[in-house]
Write a protein that binds this ligand. Sequence first.
Ligand code: AMP
Length: 213
Amino acid sequence: MSYVFLGAPGVGKGTYAQLLSKKYNVPHISTGDLLREEVKKESSVGLKAKAYMDKGELVPDEVITYILKKRFKKKDCKNGFFLDGFPRNIKQAEELEKIAKIKKVIHFMADDAVIIHRITQRITCRNCGEIYHLVEKRPKVEGKCDLCSGELHQREDQKEDIVKKRLDVYRKETAPLIDYYKGKGMLFEITINEPIAQIKDWFLKKMDEVIIF
Ligand code: AMP
């Protein structure tokens, strides 16, 4: 049984998925992370994707679908997964139906001001990709990753003008999926404006209403 996490960039999907992945012991698959790994490896797919990612645009459907299909074949997916960042448009949603069985789509929502604050204050480890927040999740040592001591930096796509572009792309291309999945009776919606540390117990209990493994 698998679940899709839908929501604007910066809404916190990745953080929620990590929490749930630990609790239910199924992998968190983030297509953004998969692409960033390819970029880091400088693979041909990664080099192709980088130009789109730096501009805040979607990479071509066939590129991301190819990467995802490969990921689904790994053993850890056998009991299901939490999919974060895919589908991003209706074409990808139709593709997903052919390659996976999705139980529910969880739509995470937050106010625009909260989203911009969350995403533009983020810093990321150059080495392992762990994400910090200058207000809500500061590293123990400034500029260094708690996990691997890697250097922290602001990614190109975390800068304000690119964030705005990503939000535009989300509204135009991805938001239509909300009605698409509503129509199929698959959508569960939840709004979170507070830092997760303040509402973690409430959140996990709420997710128990939807997630069954
Ligand atoms: P994310 O970390 O999910 O916000 O993804 C970062 C970037 O990777 C996005 O801005 C896109 O350029 C690209 N990306 C991630 N997932 C997809 C997808 N499903 N389709 C197309 N591009 C994607």
